[in-house]
Ligand binder design. Sequence first.
Ligand code: DGY
Length: 323
Amino acid sequence: MRHFIFVTRAVPAPTLELLQAELPGCQVVVNQQDRNLSRDEILAAARGASGLICTLADPVDRALLQGLSPALRVVATYAVGTNNIDLEAARELNIRVANTPGVLTDATAEIAVGLMLACARRMVEGDAMTRAGRFHGWAPLLHLGRGVYGKTVGILGAGRIGKRVAASMHHGFGCPVLYASRSLHADWESELGARQVPLDDLLRQSDFVSIHCPLTPETRHLLNAQRLALLKPTAVLVNTGRGPVVDEAALVAALRAGRLLAAGFDVYEREPALADGLKDLPNAVLLPHIGSATVETRDEMGRMCAQAVADVLNSREPRHPVA
Ligand code: DGY
């Protein structure tokens, strides 16, 4: 049988090579536009597809899955997060769903740590000042930031990426680690000396807070205005998870009022749109959702997507099923 696989964005070559190797003769159509497609556009382009490789920006909701059923047998998402996919609908429609856990842990942790350093030491502001010709020579009071060594790091969400960030900060900068999570993680406590604390205590006590929990109905706006008000005025908040975990308008207001030192964003509540006023804040560092954006990681994520599609279409169990 000649399978048709639709890919919603251009992907690294290893993705397509692996599809051809595992499903010889399959027809692979890749969206060639340099933009994300709407649900209706994906529906139209992927009609008849047995496999779909999507990204975290695609609305893989019930309507899309129903529209592509019964031909569609597998969705492989180019991400570890699956909040954009209706997993319940997929199960009901017998569509397997797989993601790409593990391979983006290091890359995303690098960006989280980088944002913490950039925010605390005001690197982006310093770069802008220097380029603008406003660096007139060394001075004791020039462009002071906050130190990182020995400061307390609070990790929200105790998964793989959170643990890698915690380890980097603990081993690299001697930071004590607090974490907020539904369950106790004995490995965090034995390997990192980390302490599990309630979220509000974590926000009150941490100098750096890094968000790594998945986006679910329970975590949407988990950091609302009331919780943001618990942060120290010298705290740095970094989000490399999912934007809607933070009330972005409330965070803009808190940053503007100096109720925390700075915030580093890799993700946004209404991505790619930014909350009003965010881009004008000097104490915010803004990245375009590049946590996993290294050549090595994106190649491997692509291979994992292709393998998952091939496994299901070759009647094998996918290695990382989420539905
Ligand atoms: C993910 O995989 O969920 C990341 O956000 C992609 O970089």
